[in-house]
Design a protein around this ligand. Structure first.
Ligand code: PEP
Ligand code: MG
Length: 438
């Protein structure tokens, strides 16, 4: 399968940093026994889910970008990754040792002993930093001025929910349910979904659990994807669920069954208009038969952010999906390496969207959780808290580190920083404000 790959011209390749850390190993294809570095043209979320974490030491792809669903899943595996390398990387022969630097976004082919020498030291330092953060992960994250900021987790399975709890998560802030819909001939029915959610609820115990209804479409195609010219702007998330009630109704029924014995919060993705939310809520009321379920929306479409005050009286909570909110605000495809540098959630335009949401939420005493990847960025965390975000939902292996960053934040300073960030001219200006050069 490698014979039509272009010839490798150089030993050093640069791409987009997509998962932190450094590792070296022989090049292999997805599914090869390993251990090794998976090198592929591109990976879909289902391909990443099929990888054996025990045999993959790093991932490198010719296409792709850090905010794609595939990259999000790779970061959950905890291995370094570089995306957007371009097709030349595919010419590296299987079995060749490569050194992958997921922080710098580089790949070195056939590294010398001198090039490999710092790898172990860096891996050790990273483990030490993580162990240090983990030593206090079970404690709440309290800012320097005494505010408790819940740090919850984004999970997709019971196994991940158990990991999240072990990593110190204060609950699940976003259960991504659509991955259960991948790679099958028909969608899961109510019973199957109920059993899956039950398993996750058992893992989470009495901590909060937010279930997001299926967000199929765009780069997470269902078992029967309908061709669309521009799927990211197409029939995705709640739009698709409302158009195909045969998918939504069993899911709502499964969640309602679970809600009979434990509190559940339900969140709808990709909401654009209040009418969509009203339709979804009416569907829930019909299916749930009087069971109380709090509802929220994932704010990830600029229209919903700008009109947040319209939604605030109708919802119990807001989540902010900064991955999509960034993509749609900056018109930068989250899976396209060519615009990855543009897709920075600290751009003041995205921050102003977030500020609209926190303002409307504050006026109605609604909590606001950031569920996008921006919530794991140590530079962004003080800005988000300063804007009035009340909790963060992050991948399980980031919980300890995020709690540690929060413990260093003073909210008064964060508010001043956020105010300056809203008036800044660019994402890099915000990064400089948040992290002034020494
Ligand atoms: C987001 O868009 O930020 C989000 C959390 O949802 P997803 O990444 O699944 O689209
Ligand atoms: Mg989203």
């Amino acid at each position: 399968m490698h014979e039509d790959r272009p010839a490798a011209a150089s030993r050093h390749f640069a791409g987009v940093p997509s998962s932190p850390g450094v590792a070296a190993g022989p090049v292999m294809a997805p599914g090869d026994p390993g251990p090794g570095v998976v090198v592929a043209a591109e990976l879909a979320p289902g391909d990443v889910a099929a990888l054996d974490p025990a045999s993959v030491v790093a991932v490198v792809t010719a296409a792709g970008a850090p905010l794609s669903h595939a990259s999000i899943l790779i970061r959950s595996l905890g291995v370094p990754a570089v995306t957007g390398m371009g097709p030349a990387i595919l010419a590296v022969a299987p079995g060749t040792v490569v050194l992958v630097d997921g922080d710098a976004g580089t790949v070195c082919v056939a590294p010398t002993v001198a090039e490999l020498q710092p790898v172990h030291t860096r891996q050790l330092a990273m483990t030490e930093r993580l162990d240090d953060a983990r030593s206090r992960a079970a404690e709440p994250a309290v800012t320097r001025d005494g505010e408790v900021i819940p740090v919850v987790a984004n999970v997709g399975s019971a196994e991940e929910a158990r990991l999240a709890v072990r990593e110190g998560a204060d609950g699940v802030g976003m259960l991504r349910t659509e991955f259960a819909f991948l790679h099958r001939s028909e969608p899961p029915g109510e019973d199957e979904q109920y059993r899956a959610y039950r398993g996750i609820a058992d893992a989470v115990g009495d901590r909060p659990l937010v279930v997001r209804t299926l967000d199929l479409g765009a780069d997470v195609p269902a078992w029967d994807p309908q061709p669309e010219p521009n799927p990211a702007l197409g029939n995705r998330g709640l739009r698709l669920a409302l158009a195909r009630r045969e998918l939504l109704v069993p899911q709502l029924a499964a969640v309602a069954r679970l809600a009979r014995d434990r509190p559940i919060q339900l969140m709808f993705p990709m909401v654009t208009t209040i009418d969509e939310l009203r339709s979804a809520r009416a569907c829930l009321v019909e299916v749930a038969g009087g069971v109380a379920i709090e509802i929220g929306i994932t704010v990830e479409v600029p229209a919903a952010a700008i009109t947040a005050e319209v939604f605030a009286p109708v919802v119990d909570f807001f989540a902010i999906g900064t991955n999509d909110l960034t993509q749609y605000t900056l018109a930068a495809d989250r899976a396209n390496a060519a615009v990855a540098a543009l897709a920075d959630g600290l751009h003041p335009a995205v921050l102003r969207m977030i500020a609209e949401v926190t303002k409307a939420a504050g006026a109605h005493q609604r909590p606001v959780c950031v569920v996008g990847e921006l919530g794991t960025d140590p530079v962004a965390i003080p800005v988000l808290l300063g804007l009035g975000v009340t909790s963060l939902s992050v991948r399980p292996n980031a919980v300890a580190r995020v709690k540690q960053v929060i413990r260093g934040v003073r909210l008064d300073d964060a508010r001043a920083l956020a105010g300056a960030a809203l008036g800044a001219e660019s994402a890099s200006a915000v990064r400089t404000l948040a992290c002034p050069p020494a």
